[in-house]
Design a protein around this ligand. Structure first.
Ligand SMILES: [Zn+2]
Ligand SMILES: [Zn+2]
Length: 345
């Protein structure tokens, strides 16, 4: 975990800080009540092939879901909508990325879902299992689950044709990033040209001839926390359709912080940006030390200096803010008691 200290608690526009209501004595009597965010707001980004739903603020919480691909990268504190993904791809064990693991596994069972699967760096697999079992000592049972230890280059089939592939990242603790790859088998071009009938192709296949070739399309890569190193230039990362990368620091005076915590600074990203081939880059894990509006201005000025670069946006700029007016809550209507066994809570 990094950057837990908040030296600048002043909320910025676009930043999902939950702001406590002012004490009534401090509120101007003539003003209407201030609106305050109801919940930590989840970002929702629509891309041509899938949505990206999540929340990511450095040191606080990171969890990013691709609902259509049945995957959540990191689990944060397990925001409720993210529970429904069957596969959690954990990048590392820092608590802002992993705090909700036991809840994710347990709550899925409570809600009648299938046991969750957690992919994680092999070096922390025992630690993850330890957390799950430690919680079982409190709950009286172990939530059914599966833990899959992963090394750099390992692949895991999420479903037929959808592969999670681990790639190297460099952080202060064991860590991995993940690329989700759309893998398809296509007919060899020379056979395609010949327009051979199906039974001939089947015979060739039965004789053991390779009649197809594999096409991998990297759909989305998620880095988790990382320093620059070679992270962003690896195959499957620099050319993923969508790259979700951390970019924790923007202020020139925060470069040392970035180096110590093994995080990315904007200057690191700018260094490799011309080599990235992504259709969209989403920046996550921005420190609360940085106001999003200020960071956006800094990014815009930096990008203006280069004519060709991928589209770069902030994940949390897509946050869906829900607001309530203090004192204007909706009437509470009690519902029928739920039929589920609430003794599990
Ligand atoms: Zn983090
Ligand atoms: Zn971390």
């Amino acid at each position: 975990m990094v950057d837990a200290k908040m030296t600048n608690p002043e909320p910025k526009v676009g930043s999902p800080i939950i702001e406590p209501p002012l004490p009534s004595t401090h509120r101007p009597a003539t003003d209407s009540p201030r609106q305050i965010p109801l919940l930590p707001a989840l970002a929702v980004v629509e891309t041509p092939r899938f949505h990206i739903v999540g929340y990511s603020v450095a040191g606080e919480e990171s969890a990013v879901q691709i609902p259509e691909l049945n995957v959540v990268f990191d689990i944060g504190k397990c925001p409720r909508p993210l529970l429904v993904s069957d596969f959690c791809l954990l990048t590392h064990g820092h608590i802002d990325h992993s705090a909700g693991l036991a809840y994710y596994l347990s709550q899925r069972i409570f809600q009648g879902m299938s046991p969750g699967t957690i992919l994680c760096p092999a070096k922390i697999a025992d630690g993850v299992a330890g957390i799950v079992h430690a919680w079982a000592a409190l709950e009286g049972k172990v939530a059914p689950h599966r833990i899959v230890p992963m090394e750099v280059g390992d692949e895991f089939e999420v479903r037929k044709g959808l592969i999670a592939r681990a790639f190297a990242t460099c952080h202060t603790v064991p860590s991995l990033g993940y690329t989700l790859v759309d893998r398809r088998e296509k007919l060899r071009p020379d056979l395609l040209e010949q327009r051979l009938p199906g039974h001939i192709l089947r015979e060739m296949k039965d004789r053991g001839e390779k009649i197809t070739y594999t096409v991998d399309v990297p759909l989305v890569a998620y880095t988790g926390d990382t320093a620059l190193g070679e992270t962003l230039l690896q195959d499957g990362v620099r050319d993923a359709q969508v790259l979700i990368t951390e970019c924790t620091f923007f202020d020139p005076s925060h470069k040392r912080r970035a180096a110590i915590g093994r995080h990315l600074h904007l200057d690191d990203l700018l260094e490799v940006l011309p080599q990235l081939r992504n259709e969209l880059i989403l920046l996550a894990h921005v420190s609360r030390r940085t106001g999003l509006r200020w960071a956006a201005g800094t990014l815009k000025r930096a990008l203006a200096k280069s004519s060709v670069h991928p589209r770069v946006e902030f994940l949390m700029d897509h946050a869906q803010h829900l607001h309530v007016r203090p004192g204007k809550a909706a009437a509470f209507v009690p519902t029928e008691p739920p039929s589920v066994d609430e003794t599990d809570g």
